[in-house]
Design a protein. Structure first.
Length: 266
């Protein structure tokens, strides 16, 4: 049998493992990158929001995750979240739609991302990620309708995200920032380094940021590239900021926001 085939026996095993259960660091996704034959590139990446490795089954899911992981209003991200099969089966029957099946059993449907938000009106948001080209497929639309009705029955907003929802520059910047969200600067060092670059960067104003940071390396007598690494981490920790609609490697020193309000977020 294909290793990716979903069966009742496999579902029983996954339930015993606690898949689809838990919160934050204790959550276990219903599907992992090992369980699905992905047409695109899968990703296992550490989340700054949850503090655990998340399983993302395509580049598009990864980009969607980056957006939510960066959002300060997001408090939890649960990927590959399973939907109650009795409910989705009932919905499919009511719509006269064939429920997704595999190996002679109704499959457990899952939503790509379930987002917990700091919002009294919408504390939860269900997100399904699809390439826009797939939305013209009738069967895809049927399965999305089942999923949409499932979340509507729970009064939880359901959103379909495609590549058209992203600005490529914004995503490229988030990809650049993400690894530095887990840097090694301790609190006292962050405060110290923030103060140093708050003082030095305005001296370079319209100079390209990379060049300014190279000169600061020389001025401070530190190894080449150290200032870039530090400022990147200060961006990633939201101590400093820059316009995310400008590619990081095109920034000028004057694009860096080192305001006191930014420092308070570190």
């Amino acid at each position: 049998m294909n290793r990716y085939t979903q069966t009742e026996k496999k579902y029983e095993k996954w339930v015993r493992e606690g898949r689809g259960q838990g919160r934050l660091t204790n959550y276990k996704p219903w599907l992992t990158v090992q369980d699905v034959s992905s047409l695109g590139r899968s990703h296992r990446v550490l989340s700054a929001t949850t503090g655990r490795i998340v399983h993302l089954l395509s580049d598009l899911e990864f980009y969607t995750f980056l957006v939510f992981d960066w959002n300060s209003n997001v408090v939890d991200i649960r990927e590959q979240y399973p939907l109650r099969r009795d409910v989705t089966t009932s919905i499919a029957d009511s719509l006269n739609i064939h429920h997704p099946r595999g190996h002679q059993t109704n499959m457990v449907m899952s939503t790509d991302l379930l987002i917990d938000q700091r919002s009294a009106e919408h504390p939860l948001l269900a997100v399904q990620v699809k390439p826009s080209s797939e939305l013209s497929n009738r069967r895809t639309r049927e399965k999305l309708l089942i999923e949409k009705r499932f979340w509507e029955s729970m009064n939880i907003p359901f959103q379909i995200v495609t590549e058209k929802d992203f600005h490529s520059v914004y995503i490229e910047n988030l990809r650049w920032l993400h690894p530095s969200r887990f840097g090694e600067l301790i609190s006292d060092k962050i405060t110290e380094e923030s103060a140093i670059y708050c003082e030095l960067l305005p001296r370079f104003h319209d100079q390209k940021l990379s060049q300014a940071l190279a000169e600061i390396d020389s001025f401070r007598g530190i190894e080449s590239g150290k200032s870039l690494s530090t400022v990147r981490e200060l961006f990633a920790r939201k101590c400093f900021s820059f316009p995310l609609d400008k590619l990081f490697y095109t920034l000028k020193a004057s694009d860096v926001n080192t305001s006191a309000s930014g420092l308070k977020r570190c």
